[in-house]
Design a protein around this ligand. Structure first.
Ligand code: XMP
Length: 517
């Protein structure tokens, strides 16, 4: 039997578009459960979902190429409304023998569209609205039985529909906030066309997950690797509510954490939440394992291995543990799924608890694997976790080791840790902390000349980085106010011993990444 929170389901087929996850998040914001799957998964997997509606995402390819991704036939046999977005609209046009052509120039950015009266689209947005375009191909002739719903100066068929069948297509991106009525369009599709209701809400999700955890775990004992990040913290709080003392959290202080982080995590989970927590001081172990290692991938591997060693040793000391809980979230699941053709996704392997040896023989409990980060935060609020923990910038699993270039040494860590605390404090003081998605400090193992007092100084360089992003797959550097950057630089050079120079990283991702490694 389907439980209440999953009683309405939207299927999003991912054609590799950069906004596919954003589409899914918007549907969840509407209080409706959705699944994001690569366009080429098996028909059985698609049928299993029994969706109330299907959304076809955008994508980088051209339907005019012979091997371009096609909409699986099974979609048309599901007998539910279908909305094609950008590439999804073009693929729908092609499937019903409309005509798609490439234009000499791409259309990118804000466009005002004119909407035909008495159409599906005019019901959502009226006669005219501003939308966000990003395309080179476009539909030039609607398929038979489809009506043109909107046009723009550069595009004759911006939207089309076959209302009888419940098939709709839009060339623009309703999922991005630049499309002024985008959310209204998705809302109309999901509620009015597909008949969904808003039952996917944080309180209901918490109740459902608590029930599921209780049923799965019974009287067993569970161990959890707590990092202090949002995902593992919310997993811990959820398990605490579901099974209380049957769960023990293991928190490894690996010496790669931010200033005061270990004490804060311990205080929140033991003092405030009365959780069973084992804090392991493994700073020496990690630092000696990292001695002499400069290669970033080697550093990651060593940290992963040491984490497993420490975790395994302590998990074994706990009696009768049969479950390992992890804070895996939906983007981790999506990113590790990939596609059969390998077309749609860039796969990134992150270090979390992963890689535990089979000899530990624990069953895996991943209660957050259907949730996006913003949903996880909302659950955290329902579960009473402090906002300071929930709304922190993300912090990578391998910690400050990916922010110290080259060999990780304790005096380098000390510099980057102290500077990070200053940068974050100044951002908060100027109300900029929550206006950037992530801010960090990087240590560069090169020395440059400076003047401190009247003395020549020869010290290290630190780089500041603050980025704006919604999905962390692409990001742009934030233009912080000059005075703020100046203040951070002055404070760091005055207060952090060994540093003579501070620089600001202005590169975007891609081609750069957020962390320097
Ligand atoms: P990059 O550097 O790839 O980072 O642009 C994207 C985002 O991922 C975070 N990050 C990690 N998070 N384990 C994590 O949990 C990791 O191994 C890891 N590596 C990078 C990074 O901080 C940024 O938010």
């Amino acid at each position: 039997m389907v439980d209440q929170i999953h009683s309405y389901r939207i299927l999003i087929l991912d054609f590799g578009g950069q906004y596919a996850q954003l589409l899914a998040r918007r549907i969840r914001e509407l209080g409706v459960y959705c699944v994001l799957l690569p366009y080429d998964v098996s028909p059985e997997q698609l049928l299993d979902i029994e969706p109330h509606g299907v959304i076809l995402s955008g994508g980088p390819e051209s339907v005019q190429q012979l091997d371009s991704p096609k909409i699986p036939d099974i979609v048309w046999r599901m007998r539910c409304p279908v909305l094609g977005v950008c590439y999804g609209m073009q693929a729908m046009a092609q499937a019903f023998e409309g005509v798609v052509e490439s234009k000499a120039q791409s259309e990118y950015g804000h466009t005002v569209i004119q909407v035909q009266p008495n159409t599906w689209l005019s019901a959502c947005v009226g006669e005219s609205t501003s939308v966000w375009m990003s395309h080179t191909d476009q539909v030039v002739r609607c398929p038979a039985d489809f009506d043109m719903m909107a046009s723009s100066a550069q595009c004759d068929v911006v939207a089309f529909s076959n209302v009888k069948k419940g098939y709709y297509g839009v060339q623009f991106h309703p999922e991005v906030t630049h499309t002024s009525e985008g959310f209204a369009i998705l809302k109309y599709f999901v509620y009015d066309c597909c008949g969904c209701e808003a039952v996917w809400t944080p309180h209901k999700i918490v109740d459902q997950l608590v029930d599921e955890i209780r049923q799965a775990v019974g009287q067993d004992r569970v161990v959890l690797g707590l990092s202090g990040g949002v995902d593992s913290a919310v997993t811990a709080a959820l398990l605490q509510r579901a099974i209380g003392d049957q769960m023990t959290a293991i928190f490894v202080d690996n010496g790669l954490l931010r200033a005061h982080e270990a004490d804060e995590v311990e205080s929140i989970f033991t003092d405030q939440m009365s959780m069973q927590l084992v804090r392991v001081d493994a700073q020496e172990q990690f630092l000696s394992a990292l001695k002499g290692i400069e290669d970033p991938e080697m550093k990651r591997k060593i940290i992963g291995r040491e984490f497993v060693n420490v975790f395994q040793a302590h998990a074994k000391q706990l009696k009768d543990v049969s479950w390992l809980a992890q804070g895996t979230i939906y983007p981790d699941v999506i990113e590790s799924a990939g596609t059969a053709s390998g077309k749609a996704h860039v796969i990134k392997s992150h270090h979390n608890v992963g890689g535990l040896p089979d000899s530990l023989s624990l069953k895996l409990l991943e209660p957050l694997r259907e949730l996006f980060k913003d949903e996880v935060r909302k659950l955290g609020e329902v579960l009473g976790l402090p906002g300071t923990l929930l709304h922190r910038h993300p912090f990578p699993g391998p910690g400050l080791a990916v922010r110290v270039m080259g060999e990780v040494k304790s005096d380098y860590l000390k510099m980057v840790r102290e500077a990070d605390a200053i940068f974050i404090a100044v951002l908060k003081a100027h109300n900029w902390y929550h206006r950037v998605a992530q801010a960090l400090v990087v240590f560069l193992p090169i020395k440059t000349v400076g003047v401190v007092g009247d003395q020549r100084a020869y010290g290290y360089v630190l780089a500041l980085r603050a980025v704006e992003t919604t999905d962390f797959m692409t990001a742009t550097a934030v233009q912080l106010p000059e005075g703020l950057v100046q203040e951070v630089s002055t404070r760091i050079i005055n207060e952090v011993s060994g540093v003579t120079r501070v620089v600001y990283d202005v590169s975007s991702k891609p081609p750069a990444t957020i962390e320097w490694e």
